[in-house]
Ligand binder design. Structure first.
Ligand code: FAD
Ligand code: DHB
Length: 400
């Protein structure tokens, strides 16, 4: 078999890349170990930056997002029994974010690739990438019926997430890894109950962080800081709701957390990780395959989309004999990746309770929070990072 770009992984990075390449007339084959149903149901991110929305719109992918996505012009920061609004629109000259679940982005992308006749193979096993230093790298996989395939490509995109195989094929001496693990995790729930808030609430509490997000006018998404090795069996629904209610409570205001049936729950570890460079020969890593941020800044999905918006034109140029943009790919992406890595680390360490931290550390966190909600300069810094920095969408993902 022959294709121009072999893509490993049908997450947001792999699917969007395949679509952006198709818009440029470039063929790809996408292989994915999970089933279509699993990919469409996996609960993950929910906040899409301005630039990512614009990218999806320009790529003709925003029909449902424009109808069902909820535009948010700010967030609430809560600490010490006070809730403060950070007004993104006012602080950044009109920039916003859109609440639209990653599951919906993935559903839209899969439907579009299938409607366009794109090669998208689910439930593959034994994925391998080979001959990466040659001009004809190879992608091998076994399809769902047990037939082994070998696809000769011009380039391979490793979009297979943090636990994928592509990053591991790069000889260890050629990459630099920067990593930090955090001493806490997030327990996330999806609940069949209208949100108790109009905008997201990030709450710092002495017993741990909590986040109130949403998916629609009738479905809420909430997160709780828990121990890093916590087991979900220790968290029956009643305990989750009691802990959430405590961490969001605002005595004397009449505000109450609405509770409802839990539709999904899971625990996510927290890690910062950057592997550089994001290219080895004709293998290009994109999204979580190359970098992970803790979710507090809502950046993971947006970084995955930003990477492939740079990769699509770079591959287009490479396939026409110009290696310039491909040579710049890693450095271009890492600039945004490191900004998001810093912002996510900053939000995370400002808002979570660090086990064993002393009163000095707690006072420093509170001082930082007070500064953010009282200084226009500090609030603007949060607002411009949260809505996406650099603010301009990555260069011409679509133009030929
Ligand atoms: P992924 O979405 O991980 O996609 C990679 C795909 O590759 C997967 O479908 C995987 O099955 C497939 N794959 C792996 N190995 C192979 C193989 N060998 N062969 C073929 N296919 C393979 N970000 C936020 O901004 N906010 C959040 O709240 C948030 N919550 C998260 C919760 C969880 C549990 C996780 C894991 C991540 C979360 N993230 C969040 C991060 C965000 O969801 C990711 O950054 C985003 O999914 C990255 O997209 P991606 O396409 O790079 O990787
Ligand atoms: C969501 C997740 C995040 O990590 C975040 O910072 C904001 C919202 C969400 O799933 O809705």
């Amino acid at each position: 078999m022959r294709t121009q770009v072999g893509i490993v992984g049908a997450g947001p990075a792999g699917l969007l890349l395949s679509h952006l390449l198709a818009l440029r007339g470039i063929d790809s084959v996408v292989v994915e170990i999970r089933s279509r149903a699993y990919c469409e149901a996996r609960q993950r991110a929910g906040v899409i930056e301005d630039g990512s929305v614009r990218l999806l719109r320009e790529a003709g992918l925003a029909g449902r997002l424009d109808r069902e996505g909820l535009e948010h012009g700010g967030i609430y920061l809560q600490f010490a029994g006070e809730r403060h609004h950070i007004d993104f629109r006012e602080l950044t000259g009109g920039r916003t974010v859109t609440v639209y679940a990653q599951t919906e982005v993935v559903k839209d992308l899969i439907a579009r690739r299938i409607a366009a006749g794109g090669a998208l193979h689910f439930e593959v096993t034994d994925t391998e990438v080979d001959h990466l230093e040659s001009e004809r790298p190879v992608l091998r996989y076994t399809d769902a019926t047990g037939v082994r395939h070998e696809v000769t490509c011009d380039a391979i995109a490793g979009c297979d997430g943090f636990h994928g195989i592509c990053r591991l094929t790069i000889p260890p001496g050629l990459t630099t890894v920067r990593e930090r693990e955090y001493p806490y995790a997030w327990l996330g729930i999806l609940a069949d109950v209208p949100p108790s808030t109009d905008e997201l609430i990030y709450s710092h509490h002495r017993d741990g962080f909590a986040l109130h997000s949403l998916r629609s006018p009738t479905v809420s998404r909430l997160y709780l800081q828990v121990e890093p090795d916590e087991s979900i069996v220790n968290w029956p629904d009643a305990r989750i709701w009691a802990e959430l209610a405590r961490r969001f409570e605002l005595p004397g205001t009449g505000w109450e957390l609405k509770q409802g049936p839990v539709l999904d729950k899971g625990i996510t570890p927290m890690r910062s990780y950057v592997s550089a460079p994001m290219r080895y020969g004709r293998l290009f890593l994109a999204g979580d395959a190359a970098h992970i941020v803790p979710p507090t800044g809502a950046k993971g999905l947006n970084l995955a989309m930003a990477d492939v918006s740079v990769l699509a034109p770079a591959l287009d140029a490479l396939l026409s004999g110009d290696d310039g943009p491909a040579a710049a790919y890693s450095a271009t992406c890492l600039n945004r990746v490191w900004r998001a890595t810093h912002f996510s680390w900053w939000m995370t360490t400002m808002l979570h309770r660090t086990p064993g931290a002393d009163e000095m550390a707690a006072e420093l966190q509170l001082s930082q929070l007070r500064y953010v909600v009282s200084s226009r300069a500090a609030a603007t810094s949060l607002a411009e990072n949260y809505t996406g920095y650099p603010p301009v969408p990555a260069p011409a993902a679509l133009a030929s």
